[in-house]
Structures are given as C-alpha cells and as structure tokens.
Design a protein around this ligand. Structure first.
Ligand code: UGA
Length: 457
C-alpha cells in the first residue's frame, strides 16, 4: 500500500457498499468487501458487478488489485483502519427504518475487535437518528462481555449517491459529510477521501465530470447532525419534486406549460433547476423510505412534519394522474389495451422498488384494461418480482405498440426520445400517448397523428 492508503472493510455490497468499495479501491485503498450472501461474493470474486450501475464493472476492473471479497468479517477485520457499515435499513411497517442488520454487524465487530487501538466504525447506510450512538452501545456491550479494552471511534458518513449515477456522484460529490465526536476520526476520514476532496485522482474517461464541478467540501458535524442531514437532504429533494408536480396540476387547469414555469423559476439560483422536473413523481428505495422515516421520528416527539407529509401525499396521487388522463382520452379503460414504456423507477437502473409503473399497472388491471409492458433492462427483474401481474411482456417498442389504444411513458429512457413514431403509430389501434415524463416532442407526435398529453402542459 502506498503512503496514505488504508485498509478498509466494507460490510454490505448493495448500491452504497459496492460503489464505495470500488471507488475507494480505485483511489488506492486496500478494500475488503464482506457480505453474508455467498452467491453475491462468488459473483464479485469473478469480477461481475452484482448491481446494474453504469461504469461500475469498468471501475471494478481498474481497481481489481486492491479489492477482495469474502463472507467472513473475522477474516478481514485484522489491521483495518476503517470499517464501513453499508448494510440495508429497510422500512418497517410503521415507517421507521429497521436497524437490525446494522446492529448485527456492530455486534459482530464487538465480538471480533482485539485489545488496543481499533478502527473507525462508520455508518454509511441511511440510519435513524441516534444510530451512531446505538452502534457504539452494541459494540461496547460485546467488548465488556469479553473483557477486552479497545479504543475505537464511531462516525456517521451518509451517502448522497444516486442510482444510475453512483460512480459519478462518488467521485464528484458536492460535499462529504462526516459526523463524529472525535477530531482524530474526522482527520482519518479526511485522509480516506483526500483524492476526492482535492480532486487529485486519475480521472476515468467514461466517468464524466459534471460541468459545474467545484472542490467538494468536507462538512464536519456531530453524529446526530450527520444523520439528520441525510434525511433532510432527501426530504427536501422529494419536496421539490412534489412542489413542481402540484404546480403542474394547476398549470394544466389554467393553461400554462410547466416546462416553461420550471425554467422561469429554476434559473433563480435561490431555487435551482435540479429536481424540478414534473412527471409521475418520485420512486425508488430512498425518497419514500426516508420521508416516511423522518415523519415517524418526528412523531416520536409529538412533532408533525407537515410539509414532508404533504409532499408524500402529493407523490402518492401523482402516479395515478396517468389513469385520469387515459380515462379522459379513452373514456372506458375496461377492454382497452395500454402499453407501458418503461418499468424501472428511473432510467439507467433495473430497480423496480416503489416504481410508479408497478402501481399504474396494478390500477389499470383493476380497471379491466389489458396491459403490455416494455423496459430496456428491467424486464427480467419485473418477471421475477411481479409474476402475479398478468401483462404481456414485450421485447421492443414496436411489439409493445401492437394493438394498443394508448402508450404511457413511465420511465424516461433516452432511447424513447428517438422513436420512429409513424411506424409505432401504424401498429396501434388508437394513437394516444401520455408522456408521464415530459420527454417527447409534442409537435412531432401530433404531426404523426398522435393525441399527446404530457404533465402540466
Ligand atoms: C436519491 C438521492 O437523489 C440521492 O442523493 C441519495 O443518496 C439516494 O436517494 C439515497 O438516499 O440513497 P435515487 O433514489 O437513486 O437517489 O434517485 P434520484 O435520481 O434522486 O431519483 C429519485 C426519484 O425522483 C426518481 O423516481 C426520479 O424519477 C424522480 N425525480 C427526480 C423526479 O420525478 N423529478 C426530478 O426532477 C428528479
């Protein structure tokens, strides 16, 4: 290992864990990835990325000599300077985040740490407020049961990467948040991320540097602030999306075009243009989970989070505006055939968690419509995860359009922007299209004989 490089253990090889592992290994750190699932570890040992993420497999091959994969935390812990916990924290039925996997890892760490100076234990998963403290309690309990004296630090280092842009977001972040009560731990994590903070790593051609790329700021906070920053960031972005979707509903009533409105307000730097795209609302594993979790946390204190709750309510309704639009065009949906363009919760991922498409398909089937579906990469996941949804799975857009009364763009896959609409229209029974992501050229579609409806236009 070169000077400044560290031995890092990452527990959990999901989106956050694997991306972080590959990125830190690329920076020169010696990274050991631990996962309890032997199939995942076997695939990773063969150099196969176990999640669909642009650039990940390439980075994995570039960082290969610094990466190792194992199911055994015990084997990898010795000599580690940093242990990053990146296991799942799924939502419980009451909205709270389930910390049991994190606690299990903490318990194991407590059972394994030796006497003397221990590593920094970092929580990177999105964890409820107070988790850093909880992790320390769990580890200390095990150490005291074993009678081992070990001096270690705990830090919260929340992740802000987006699925589909995970590698770019990791190498070109706006900020890195480190929440700990100990300055030495902050310094250590500053060193871990130094090539990113100073932007001195060797850039990879495929990982495009964002045009507005300033040096990332290291935001040093106490652990609780760091934990709240994660929830506050996701809630704010979710609120922005719900705000513009609510405005889009009004734009439709008064005859404004939400795209123009978005530009008109988003160019005000106090507001900002990003996360202001009207559409079918947010999906994915994060925004829903985190908005519900923060509302739940606040409720523990008798404190209602009214804005965030309103954002959740707007989002719940937003995906079903598609149904209202189809009803207004086709009148009766029973017996109609609807083609769903895109299933993933957003482009560049095959992730179907909380994907608007699933809710829309369910509703269409309830209403007696026949549903045909196509997604460039999520078809396999869809068939495996939703065998109960009785739909026609198609292998391309022409097949999808065949016999349809309407098409609905649910995911804005780039390839949908360059479709030969005359050809597609010729295969349909009626040329109706609901563009749930405002990605298509309305004039072009109308010229090809389509009745076009966007969102807020
Ligand atoms: C989100 C955050 O953006 C990340 O910063 C965070 O690290 C991550 O959650 C997490 O907590 O792990 P992600 O869920 O991967 O990332 O996806 P986004 O790209 O943020 O999109 C979320 C949803 O919002 C998608 O369904 C997308 O279609 C929707 N969206 C986004 C809009 O409807 N309008 C927009 O303007 C932007």
């Amino acid at each position: 290992m070169k000077n400044g490089n560290m031995k890092v253990v990452i527990v959990g090889t999901g989106y956050v864990g694997l991306t972080t592992a590959v990125s830190l290994a690329y920076l020169g750190h010696e990274v050991s990835c631990v996962d309890t699932n032997p199939d995942i570890i076997a695939r990773l040992q063969n150099g196969q990325a176990t999640i669909h993420e642009p650039g990940l497999e390439r980075m994995m091959s570039l960082a290969w000599e610094n990466l190792s994969f194992t199911t055994s935390l015990a084997d990898s812990l010795a000599g580690a300077a940093v242990v990053i916990i990146a296991v799942g924290t799924p939502a419980k039925s009451n909205g709270d985040a389930d910390l049991s996997s994190v606690e299990k890892v903490a318990e194991q760490i407590g059972m394994l740490l030796g006497a003397g100076i221990g590593p920094i234990i970092v929580t990177k998963s999105t964890v409820p407020i107070g988790s850093a403290r909880r992790v320390r309690t769990v580890i200390d309990r095990q150490l005291s049961l074993r009678g081992v004296e070990c001096s270690y630090h705990v830090a919260s280092n929340p992740e802000f990467l987006r699925e589909g842009a995970a590698i770019t977001d990791t190498f070109y972040p706006d900020r890195i948040v480190v929440g700990t009560d100990d300055n030495a731990a902050t310094d250590m994590l500053r060193k871990l991320y130094a090539p990113i903070l100073n932007q001195t790593f060797a850039a990879v051609e495929e990982i495009v540097r964002p045009t507005e790329n300033n040096l990332p700021v290291l935001v040093s906070t106490n652990p609780t602030s760091a934990e709240l920053i994660k929830y506050a960031a996701n809630s704010f972005l979710a609120m922005k999306i719900s705000f513009i979707n609510e405005m889009a509903g009004l734009a439709e009533k008064v005859g404004a075009d939400i795209k123009e409105v978005t530009q008109g307000i988003g160019l005000d730097r106090r507001i900002g243009i990003r996360y202001l795209e009207a559409g079918l609302g947010w999906g994915g594993s994060c925004f829903a989970k985190d908005t519900h979790a923060i509302v739940y946390t606040a409720a523990q204190y008798g404190y209602p989070m009214e804005l965030i709750q309103a954002a959740i309510n707007v989002n719940k309704h937003q995906r079903f505006t598609v149904i209202e639009k189809l009803q207004s065009s086709l009148k009766v949906l029973r017996g109609a055939t609807i083609g769903i363009m895109g299933l993933a919760f957003k482009p560049n991922t095959d992730d179907l968690r909380d994907a608007p498409a699933i809710a829309i398909i369910g509703k269409l089937l309830d209403l007696g419509a026949r549903v045909r579906v196509y997604d460039p990469i999520a078809m396999g996941n869809f068939s495996r995860q939703y065998p109960e949804l009785s739909v026609d799975c198609c292998s391309g857009l022409e097949e999808l359009a065949t016999g349809c009364d309407a098409l609905v763009v649910v995911t804005e896959w780039p390839e949908f922007a360059s479709v030969a609409w005359v050809k597609i229209g010729a295969r349909m029974r009626q040329r109706t299209i609901v563009d749930g992501r405002n990605m298509l050229n309305k004039a072009r579609l109308e010229k090809s004989g389509f009745h076009y409806q966007g969102v807020g236009r």
